[in-house]
Ligand binder design. Sequence first.
Ligand code: AHR
Length: 661
Amino acid sequence: MKLRQFIVTGFALFAGMSLSWGQSGNMILVNTDHPVAEVQPTMWGVFFEDINLGADGGIYAEMVKNRSFEFYKPMMGWKVLGKPLTEGDFLVLNRQQTNTANPRFLHITLHNNKKGTIGLNNEGFRGMGIKNNLGYDFSVMYRQSSPGVKMYIELVNEKGENVGSTSIATTGTGDEWKKISASFTSSATVPKASMNIWFEGDGTLDIDMVSLFPQDTWKKRPGGMRADMIQMLADMKPGFIRFPGGCIVEGYDLSQRYQWKKTIGPVEERQLIVNRWNFEFAHRPTPDYFQTFGLGFFEYFQLAEDIGAEPLPILNAGMACQFNSAELVPLNQLDPYIQDALDLIEFANGDPASRWGKVRTDMGHPAPFNLKMMGVGNENWGPQYLERLKIFTKAIKEKYPNIKLINSSGTDPNGERFDYLNGELRKMHADIIDEHYYRRPEWFLQNASRYDNYDRNGSKVFAGEYAAQSDKTVSIDNKNNWQTAIAEAAFMTGMERNADVVCMASYAPLFANVDGWQWTPDMIWVDNLRVYGTPNYYVQKLFSLNKGTNVVPLLENNKPLEGQDSLYASATIDKNSNELIVKLVNVSGKVQTKDIQVAGVKKLSEEAKLIVLKADQLDDVNSFSQPGKVMPNEQVLKLKGKKISLALTPYSFTIIRVKMS
Ligand code: AHR
């Protein structure tokens, strides 16, 4: 149904109601018994990419930076402590011929050393955030020439004072690598600690995969994820999680593309590559940014399952980032790429007896992950993309006709590239088209009606990456201020109203480390110990938690509210809880009084839930010093009859939830 029809239908419904009121300027009409679209359970989700120290140094809770000496500079993050007796006591060896995935290790020669004379220090990712009285798990892979080397591990604060320690004694000699672990408890909270390892003994010692994890990981999984960051996602109850990005899927060149098969299995066999955000922005260089893939596709699927979100992997379409090298795989050499896509479906859904289903089972998950959709390409464009996409689509649909495919419409929501791709993809009957918009807040307000005129029967839309930019795209001055968040809220009412077209949406990027970001704005900010949600986070969370199951018409003067009097609104009902959910965004600086007349119900409960998100100033932001400056406030709203009278605060996002009978 097109917008015109929608309005007329809405009008007809109201005209048919036995109500004796005419519609005044302040009267909003909501009709609950004529739902016009289903809201997909996937509607509001999250986009995850390893950008801004999102994975390594972020949700992946490993505290040792460059644990396997594979960074371009093998000793980056490490310092030798004490004075080596001879040149060559610390050597980086490369066993490329026998181990391509993890070639380097550190070869240390000891000369009857006593504790405290020779050692190594690891600085962590912008320091290590240590919590008082928390358990930590240290582990290392080693082999040695003389038995009985002892390692003393200590966490130290900025002054070098010990805040937790343990020791381990190695055993045996020979060429075989062994793993040894020890756990200990810290004695202080230190935001930027580091770790010393002192060696005692004689002979040679090889070490690799030096690791330290806190024990309070998400679901207490050893080697797992940072629980506080994941909790922020779980709290949103996202409908899906898109991973692993973003441009990281494409890579600067094809050698740096994301290859899921290299991110599964034992962590020491996962081949590290540089993170493209290491060098993408000359103004925000991050030379210590690499992808260890300790967090890989198995963990992403598991995370999706943990937080009740549909997994949405995005795969490389045989094209490197078109802003970078723009390398293409020749059409007749796409097979390995397509095979990766087919194998991923088997990895996620296959029987444990199948080749890739067995790999999943061996990793501890015999049950399928129920993958239902997959993206082919991130921000790819041009006929080159379409040529490749067609080959992928044919192969995937032939084997897995029920898997929905997400296709790229490029980098921008309009312009020649978008128009071309959008047109062609619709002719190809694409399942879902991925649109991205990084635009000024005004754009979001002006485009709240963007989807009103989209074809109701054609391809669906996934707003796969969007965020209002207070300055401009990739500017370091972008802020997660209230002006951007309220503009997104206004726009999102337009997505919700058009839920028959827009089936999924996700803000991007998701996480940023205050000491290691490349891109702003971002939804959630963290440091080594803390995390806070931006106003944009609360907008996303409120939409997700107050989704409803079906869109119902909300009209003022027989039109949807999409900017009249600076007001934006949408309404849904939740068929499971039998509630009406109305969302109103007032982007003006004045109080606006409105009456909402509800039709299609016998009664409304006398008490509604009123949730208001607002700020005093449009440039208000949350921060570590004021994490709750812009936060939702919940109250009870008394109702009389089927009318909801509201005084909408200046610059506010208001949600009303009320039981219907
Ligand atoms: O979200 C940051 C980046 O923006 C993504 O990696 C990319 O897809 C887009 O250009």
